[in-house]
Write a protein that binds this ligand. Structure first.
Ligand SMILES: [Zn+2]
Ligand SMILES: [Zn+2]
Ligand SMILES: [Zn+2]
Length: 400
């Protein structure tokens, strides 16, 4: 049984490195476009809202300002997240992306609560003024441009399988929705009911809190190594089960590292194959999954000859068995060349490889082998002993 992190060869590693960098660049480009638009909207709506006396538009503007801040967080963490694994972060820097997500969520929740409190204060004081018509035009521009930004961002996010970018895209759409809420309030205000404008401010604040809360929850799940979605789990398991040499699998685990998925799995292989053949199967599993499931970046495979969920009995080692046999051999011309051990079902099967004096008759050899087999069979937890007579190397004996 062996378990270790399988190293990819250098060419494959270099390829993965450039792909990751290109991906990080593309995410950065989309995020910059969003940040640019958020800057314009934050300025336009906040200034327009203050001058045009609309609580809802100011709330929507401050919402855009907090979005600008979150774009900054994504740009920074994405740059760090795209970096190669190093000595300090041997699993890569993907978690930085998730930490950024959580920070962003906290900012949004804070801003949202602030907006709600502010609008409620205005309603309580009753200092409500009718908004200016200009505010309606500003909010319309905001709705249209944000809906466009959603479509642009979600397309790239799905192409790159970027969770954080997709969250950002949905955020743009919720921004459009937030502006729709603000618009409703402004329209109410224009018709002579400025309290609607303030109520819309509360609604916009609520949207910001909700968006922040859901982003934060997903980030928290990823940080605490919550499992990936059931559909993805089943897809990966199905692919593993189809790899040649895989008998069964158990103790399957998958978690997110930024936008990548890491898998740990125990794979059961035929119980008497060699260690190197088992390793072949493990490597085949790793490569198949990394190629077929694009979000998975690594699979750690533990090879089992049998189902071992309840645990494995630790029995004497090969050195121990070899010295026991050596102690039993008391006659010249008999040599224990090697032992093959199959530790299965809490017991051990021993194949005893013997070489005997070439002048012995087969009967003599058999008698000596029989002696070793009968004694070793009495050892604790030995289920079977089989003697294999090895011929001397070709050419070492012959007619003299
Ligand atoms: Zn390996
Ligand atoms: Zn927003
Ligand atoms: Zn196992």
């Amino acid at each position: 049984m062996s378990s270790h992190r399988h190293q990819v060869d250098l060419a494959e590693r270099a390829l993965m490195g450039t792909q990751r960098q290109e991906r990080a660049r593309e995410i950065a480009r989309v995020t910059w476009v969003g940040a640019g638009l958020n800057t314009l909207l934050a300025l336009g709506k906040t200034v327009g809202g203050v001058m045009g006396h609309s609580t809802a538009l100011v709330a929507d503007g401050l919402h855009s300002l907090s979005d600008l801040l979150s774009d900054g967080v994504i740009l920074v963490t994405n740059k760090i997240g795209g970096a190669e694994a190093d000595e300090n972060h041997p699993y890569g820097h993907g978690k930085f992306e998730t930490v950024g997500q959580v920070v962003l969520a906290l900012i949004l929740v804070g801003v949202g609560i602030g907006l709600i409190a502010d609008a409620l204060t205005h309603i309580g004081r009753g200092d409500l003024v009718q908004p200016h018509t200009l505010t309606l035009w500003i909010v319309l521009v905001s709705i249209v441009s944000k809906e466009w930004l959603y479509h642009y961002t979600v397309r790239v996010a799905r192409k790159l399988h970027s969770k954080s970018l997709e969250a950002n895209a949905w955020h743009h759409r919720s921004d459009a929705l937030s502006s729709v809420g603000a618009m409703a309030g402004i329209v109410g205000g224009l018709f002579g009911y400025p309290v609607f404008d303030a109520i819309a401010g509360v609604v916009v604040g609520g949207i910001v809190v909700h968006v922040g809360g859901s982003i934060g929850l997903q980030g928290f799940r990823d940080l605490t190594d919550a499992s990936v979605e059931k559909g993805l789990r089943q897809e990966i398991k199905r692919e593993i089960a189809e790899v040649a040499g895989v008998v069964d699998l158990h103790m399957f685990k998958a978690r997110r590292l930024g936008s990548e998925v890491l898998v740990d799995v125990h794979v059961q292989v035929p119980d008497r194959i060699s260690v190197s053949e088992g390793h072949q199967i493990a490597e085949r599993v790793r490569r198949t999954i990394v190629q077929k499931v694009p979000t998975v970046s690594d699979v750690m495979v533990h090879i089992d000859p049998e189902e071992d969920v309840v645990g494995v009995a630790i029995l004497p080692s090969r050195e121990e068995y070899k010295s026991r046999f050596a102690a039993m051999v008391s006659i010249d011309g008999l040599e224990v060349v090697d032992v093959t051990l199959h530790y299965l079902g809490g017991e051990v099967e021993i194949d005893l490889h013997l070489r005997v004096n070439p002048t012995w008759t087969i009967e003599q050899a058999q008698t000596q082998a029989q002696h070793l087999v009968e004694h070793s069979r009495q050892w604790e937890r030995v289920s079977r002993v089989k003697a294999v007579l090895e011929l001397p190397p070709i050419g070492s004996i012959g007619p003299s």
